[in-house]
Design a protein around this ligand. Sequence first.
Ligand code: HEM
Length: 108
Amino acid sequence: MTIIKINAITVPGDNGDELAGRFAARAGAVDNQPGFQGFELLKPTDERNTWLVITRWVDDESFQAWVNSPAFGHGHRSEAERAGQPAAPHAGISSELWSYEIAGGSLG
Ligand code: HEM
C-alpha cells in the first residue's frame, strides 16, 4: 500500500525559481531512505503561490522514520548552515503537511 505525504509550501512572488533551485541542489537527498517510493516538486501554473512536494511511501512508519532521521535534518539544511554559517532565509514563507492515501484511479 502506498501513502502520500504532501508538503504544501507557500512561496511569495518571484521566489519560485529559488525554491526550485534549492530542490535541484538537494536532489537525491531522500532516495535511499527505506520505504521511500519517489517524490515530485509541483510548481503552480495558475495564480496560486502554493508549491507541492508530493512524496510517496510504503507506509506511515517509513515516512515518520525519515522525518525523524538525521538525513531529513541534513537534507533540510543549506550548505551555509552545514558549514556553521547563518542560514539563508527560506524561499517559502510557510508550509503545511497534508496526508493522503490512494482511494481510486487508473493508469493512462
Ligand atoms: C512530505 C515531506 C516533507 C516535509 C514535511 C518537508 C518539510 C519542509 C519544510 C517545513 C520546509 C520549509 C518550507 C518553507 O520555506 O516555509 C521545506 C523546504 C524544503 N524542502 Fe522539504 N519537506 C519534505 C519533503 C522534501 C523532499 C522529498 C525534499 C528533497 C529531497 C525536500 C527538500 C526541501 C528543500 C530543498 C526545501 C527548501 C528550503 C529553503 O527554502 O531553503 N523536502 N521542507
